[in-house]
Design a protein around this ligand. Structure first.
Ligand code: IMP
Length: 426
């Protein structure tokens, strides 16, 4: 069976949760391989709304194995909370979840550093989710992180925590912040480790064996291509490889195992946090998109910045990530706009760029060139076939696919599982 990846191809919040939940049906194993509790997947099943931050979106499907792989940074308290919520709701997630021992923990001090750095007037304000993601990945790269293996071993936890707190307290003096206390944090960590121990194992070997045995493995990305630390709008990015290129190191599998690569895009574009956004809009159209699309962060509740669909950016994502197909979401949100726009180029000084420039400083200076197409006024949320869509809506979809260089496979016209148009069986 092939492995499939599903990633966001814009700045996150493309509606991956719904798409992943929809096509997880066929999967045996669902894997998260990067990011942490900065993500927020919203899934609506039979009118009930679920928001997860750390757990893979497969948790709502009985009989699937869910894996939190080594590339994820795990906030143990958050993980336990999500597990409790689902177990209490009758979803019995604990018995279907494994967590990599090599995954790094987000410790309480990572959130303290995240907040202090964001509050530092002399530094760059990224507009992070405040979940301690950057500092946790920084400790990983610094070789001072606490891995799940350490969390479940009291002696290792004590030694690593003591060394880290000692060093951090020296840094906190510069911020004039309260020093960290070792004992309560150690007690908290030990308790987390005791409760999570039964789930911890070598998930890399488990996944390689599952693939070798012909199981259908499904890799779900968090955030989106443009928030990738290497290929996004650095420094206004998250701290992991939030595209499908991160699957190998983030899960311990060969890149050859991924046979089908799906990108999820919105029919328009949003961004939370700071950083360049060439197609950003203000005023009536932005309000229409924000209100109609409930564009408020699933993790922080912040209003999302809204704008037109950006062709050069998504074409870049399609090329970079070698995407086979697209799921286009939130088409229904565009109903009622007299005309719909596509950003098809960037004016930078005297030059008109039609290819996305990877230097963030150029993206910051880009003025969008916008082409307009007729909109549609019909409510399309009940449409279940491509031919049932208004001709102007179909033309807009075709325009997007032709220009970004990938066909659509799934169209989403509403938040629930069944508000979907499939080109083929997923
Ligand atoms: P961090 O990942 O919390 O460090 O935040 C870095 C940047 O990524 C900020 O602009 C966040 O708003 C953005 N970000 C992180 N996670 C998500 C997500 O799941 N959706 C959208 N934006 C995100």
């Amino acid at each position: 069976m092939p492995a499939t990846s599903v990633i966001g191809a814009q700045w996150g919040d493309e509606g991956k949760g719904k798409i992943i939940d929809l096509i997880t049906d066929r999967a045996d194993v669902v894997v998260r391989y990067q990011g942490g509790a900065n993500a927020g997947h919203t899934v609506i099943v039979e009118g009930e709304k679920f928001v997860f931050h750390l757990l893979p979106s497969g948790v709502l499907h009985a009989g699937k194995l869910n894996v939190v792989a080594n590339g994820v940074v795990i906030d143990p308290g958050q993980l336990l909370e999500e597990l409790e919520q689902f177990d209490e709701g009758g979803y019995d997630v604990s018995s279907r979840l494994v967590v990599s021992g090599s995954a790094h923990c987000v410790m309480p001090y990572h959130k303290v550093i995240d907040a202090l750095r964001e509050g530092n007037k002399a530094g760059i304000k990224i507009g992070t989710t405040g979940r301690g993601i950057g500092p946790a990945y920084a400790d990983k790269a610094n070789r001072s992180g606490i891995r799940m293996w350490d969390l479940i071993d009291e002696d290792r936890l004590r030694a690593r925590l003591m060394a880290n707190i000692d060093e951090l307290n020296r840094r906190l003096v510069a911020y004039e912040a309260e020093p960290l206390q070792f004992e309560p944090m150690f007690e908290q960590g030990r308790e987390w480790g005791r409760r999570l121990k039964p789930l911890v194992q070598d998930t890399g070997r488990l996944l390689r064996r599952a693939l070798a045995d012909g199981q259908y493995v499904f890799f779900e990305g968090a955030q989106g291509v443009m928030l990738d630390i290497d290929h996004g709008t650095y420094p206004f990015v998250t701290s992991s490889n939030s595209n499908n290129l991160g699957i190998g190191p983030g899960a311990g599998v060969s890149p050859r195992s991924i046979e089908r690569q799906l990108g999820v895009i919105k029919a328009y574009c949003t961004r939370v946090g700071s950083g360049p956004f060439p197609s950003e809009l203000e005023g009536k159209v932005a309000d229409h998109l924000r209100e109609g699309g409930s564009e408020f962060g699933a993790t922080t509740g912040r209003p999302r910045r809204c704008g037109w669909f950006d062709v050069p950016m998504v074409a870049y994502a399609v090329e970079l990530c070698d995407l086979d197909g697209l799921a286009i979401t939130k088409l229904d949100v565009m109903s009622g706009l007299p005309e719909v726009g596509l950003v098809t180029g960037y004016q930078v000084g005297d030059e008109l760029l039609t290819e996305y420039p990877v230097d963030t400083a150029i993206v910051e200076r880009a003025e969008p060139r916008i082409e307009f197409f007729p909109g549609w006024s019909e409510d399309i949320s009940q449409v279940r076939s491509y031919d049932g869509l208004p001709a102007t809506c179909r033309a807009f979809v075709e325009e997007i696919c032709t220009r970004v260089g990938a066909p659509w496979e799934i169209l989403s016209v509403g938040p629930s599982r069944d508000s979907t148009i499939l080109r083929t069986t997923p």
